[in-house]
Structure formats: structure tokens, C-alpha cells
Write a protein that binds this ligand. Structure first.
Ligand SMILES: Cc1ncc(COP(=O)(O)O)c(C=O)c1O
Length: 431
């Protein structure tokens, strides 16, 4: 019983964390909560198993049931994104990005990409996966007014530097990327277009954002746990069909990028949960994406009315699940700490013009989780009022926290998923 206290300590923190989030407003744009049926997959025997390779072509025995699960999960992914190729093995969005970089570009070659201060993810930056791969990065120009890639400048840049890859997609992602002209220019110079949909995958699958694979992206990567509310993980999609030698080689390279490139075994329980999340998104994804975006827009408008400076005003603030708020030079961190004390979980974020990621001037807010627990437009007005009390009126955060807890009482059930007990399933039979 020597280490019992340590076990108890860890269990206690996990329970406290459950309680904290159940009584708060979780508004980190990259987070979501798992449905009961996805959660069930995480405690199956798949968790302890290995499956290197592809279904029917394994380095280990014991995969016959998992092979069927992976095949079904790939089939559901292709259906959800209306495409010809899906790899559900990447263990995160970052790993999916790294796999694609491994497959499609060599060290020293050039890729065009947005800067992190303008919304790109660190995995496409010098200090992330792109840096690990040794890629020469050239920055796309950015329009602060449009909060988007400066499309004319980007086309000019691609024609000038002739990159191997044009990398699109963002972590701060208010408006769809003007992908068609960028893809046309990239293809003209022989470059592939990679669209990192980590944040917006669920909105794309719900047909409420852009459709990158139809707008010229050769590859679309993403995380499976953000606006697509599945288990933590990643995926790679393409509409290239292995029906000619070039495409066959392209698809082979993508697969080789994942294994042996950047994975060995790949968290089989998460693959099973991805399959369930895709099925749930096929059923509920359109309604969920629709409400998530409506909520973000209403939240942005309500914050603006309260007196906050919200980005993207000229274009209606947002067309995604995100809202970007300017707090003041270097003041983002302090604001996010005050909000946390008030029971509102957000993250500090760089805004255009910032150069220090540790002392940024903005906050990024997301509506995926609030939407998933049933909040709608009306509640966004109440949420904005909590922000104003905490950050503009400087009320005591502890008092606000109590009111947030009371407000949250009516929103404890997950929506847009099959419920526990669905078809009489007995949760405990699988464990
Ligand atoms: C655009 C983008 N790509 C990739 C990632 C990395 O995803 P993951 O956390 O699944 O590794 C993120 C994370 O938020 C992101 O915003």
C-alpha cells in the first residue's frame, strides 16, 4: 500500500477537474467533449493492443477484429468528407501534418505558409513540425482588415518562389481561406496544396464552411477532437484516387508518411472511437456545425455591443466557431487568468502585429463546447455579459464564478450524439 496516496492524489485531481469543467464555461476553440459511445471505446481491450501496418497487412497477430473496425472507420471518414482516401491512423493533428510533410517535401525545399502571428499553427512554423523537417518557409502576406490571406499577394508569391507545397489552414480561423486562386497558382507551378483543417474539420463535414477538397486542396489534415467532436487524434484525407500511376504514387507516399514515417502503433481505441464519432457526425453534424457558427456570430456581436474590440467586424466578425478579441498590448494572459477565476476557460492569443507568443494582446474564444451542451443564440448574450462583468466592469471574479455555476446548471447534457443506453447497449459488457 506504499503508493496508495499517490494513486488517490491523481484520482482526486481528475475528479476535481471533472467538477471544475462541469461548472464552468469551457470556451477553448480547440476543445470539445466526447459522446458516451465514443468514450466507451476508450476503455475496451483495443487500448492495450498493437496494429502496425494496414488492415490485413500487419506486423502483429490478433488484429482480426480491429481490421474490421479500421476498415469501417475509413469507410465512414470517406463518406463524411465525400472523398476517395482517408487515413485514420495519425495520433494527432500535429502528427498528421508531420506525416504529410514527410511524404511531400524534402529538407531544404520551400513551402509557403502563414505566420503564426497571423493564425497558422506552430506545426507549420519554424519551431514546429515544418522546422523538424527542415523546410524553408516563406510567409504568405496577410490582410488585417479581411483577417485572411492576402489572396493577390499569395498568388504572386507562389508564382515567384515556386514552392513545393502551399500550406493553408489556421488555428485562428475566422473566415474561409480563398483557396481556389491559391490552389490554381500552386498547381500551375507544380506545387501540392495542403489544407490544415484541424480546427474546422467538423464545420467542413457539417457542410457549413468551405469544401477544401473541391476547392483545390490535394490533402486535408485535421484533428478529430475539435469541431469534429471525437477522440483526441488526427486524420488525413484526399480526393486523389489511386486509379493512375501518379495518384497511386501520391497515395503510397501519404501512407508511407504515416507508417513507418511518424507512427508505430496508433492508439487503436481512439481509432474505434473515431469511427463512432464519424457516424455521429453523419447523423448530427450539419445541425451541430450550423448552431456552432450561429453561436460564434452571436457571441461576437454581443461582445461588440458590450464594448469589446472584436476582430473581423467588416465581414460580420466570424464565419467559423471562433471569435478573436483584442484586449490590449500584452494583456491577453492577464485577461484569460481573470476569466478562469470567474469560471470561464479561454486562451490568450496572438493578434496581427504581435510578436511575443507569451505576452499576446488578444483572446481566442470558441463555441464548440457550449453548443454541444445545448447553448444557443440567447445564451451567447448571457455569456458576453459575464465577460463584460469580469473584464470591463472589473467585478470580483469569485462572485461571477458563482453566477456562472448557477447558469451552467441547465446545461449538463450532451447534445448532437447518440445517448448512453442507445439501442439498449450495456456499457459494461465491453469492458
Ligand atoms: C491549425 C492546427 N493544426 C494542427 C493543430 C494540432 O493539432 P493536435 O493538437 O491534434 O496535434 C492545431 C491545434 O490546435 C491547429 O490549430
Amino acid at each position: 500500500m506504499k503508493w496508495y496516496d499517490e494513486v488517490e492524489y491523481i484520482r482526486k485531481q481528475a475528479m476535481k477537474n471533472n467538477e471544475f469543467f462541469a461548472n464552468s464555461l469551457p470556451m477553448i476553440a480547440s476543445e470539445n467533449v466526447l459522446s458516451p459511445l465514443c468514450r466507451e471505446m476508450l476503455i475496451t481491450d483495443f487500448h492495450g493492443r498493437y496494429a502496425e501496418g494496414t488492415p490485413g497487412n500487419r506486423y502483429y497477430e490478433g488484429c482480426k477484429f480491429f481490421d474490421l473496425v479500421e476498415e469501417k472507420t475509413m469507410e465512414l471518414a470517406k463518406k463524411l468528407f465525400c472523398c476517395n482516401y482517408a487515413d485514420v491512423r495519425p495520433t494527432s493533428g500535429t502528427i498528421a501534418n508531420l506525416a504529410v510533410l514527410k511524404a511531400l517535401i524534402k529538407p531544404g525545399e520551400t513551402a509557403t505558409v502563414l505566420d503564426t502571428a497571423n493564425g497558422a499553427h506552430i506545426s507549420f512554423g519554424k519551431y514546429g513540425a515544418a522546422g523538424v523537417r527542415g523546410i524553408n518557409l516563406v510567409s504568405f502576406p496577410f490582410s488585417n482588415e479581411e483577417m485572411n490571406i492576402d489572396v493577390d499577394g499569395a498568388v504572386k508569391l507562389i508564382k515567384q518562389v515556386k514552392p513545393k507545397l502551399a500550406l493553408c489552414g489556421q488555428s485562428v480561423f475566422l473566415f474561409p481561406t480563398p483557396l481556389k486562386p491559391i490552389a490554381e497558382a500552386a498547381h500551375e507551378v507544380g506545387a501540392y496544396v495542403v489544407y490544415d483543417a484541424a480546427h474546422v474539420l467538423g464545420l467542413i463535414a457539417g457542410k457549413r464552411f468551405q469544401d477544401p477538397l473541391r476547392e483545390g486542396a490535394d490533402v486535408m489534415n485535421g484533428s478529430t477532437h475539435k469541431t469534429l467532436p471525437g477522440p483526441q487524434g488526427g486524420m488525413i484525407l484526399s480526393d486523389h484516387k489511386a486509379d493512375n500511376e501518379d495518384d497511386k504514387a501520391f497515395i503510397r507516399k501519404l501512407g508511407f508518411g504515416v507508417f513507418p514515417g511518424v507512427t508505430s502503433s496508433y492508439h487503436l481505441h481512439h481509432v474505434a472511437a473515431k469511427g463512432i464519432a464519424y457516424a455521429e457526425h453523419l447523423e448530427f453534424g450539419e445541425a451541430y456545425a450550423d448552431q456552432t457558427i450561429k453561436n460564434a456570430k452571436h457571441l461576437a456581436e454581443a461582445l461588440h455591443e458590450q464594448g469589446f474590440k472584436v476582430f473581423g467586424e467588416k465581414l460580420g466578425f466570424t464565419k467559423s466557431h471562433q471569435v478573436l478579441v483584442e484586449i490590449g498590448p500584452g494583456k491577453g494572459k492577464e485577461a484569460s487568468k481573470i476569466l478562469e477565476e470567474a469560471g470561464i476557460v479561454t486562451n490568450m492569443n496572438m493578434i496581427p502585429g504581435d510578436s511575443d507568443p507569451l505576452n499576446p494582446s488578444g483572446l481566442r474564444l470558441g463555441t464548440p463546447e457550449l453548443t454541444r451542451i445545448g447553448m444557443k443564440e440567447k445564451e451567447m448574450v448571457d455569456v458576453a455579459a459575464f465577460y463584460a462583468r469580469a473584464l470591463l466592469k472589473k467585478e470580483n471574479p469569485k462572485k461571477i464564478k458563482g453566477d456562472v455555476k448557477e447558469f451552467r446548471k441547465d446545461f449538463q447534457e450532451l447534445c448532437y450524439c447518440f445517448k448512453e443506453g442507445f439501442r439498449g447497449y450495456d456499457y459494461h459488457k465491453l469492458i
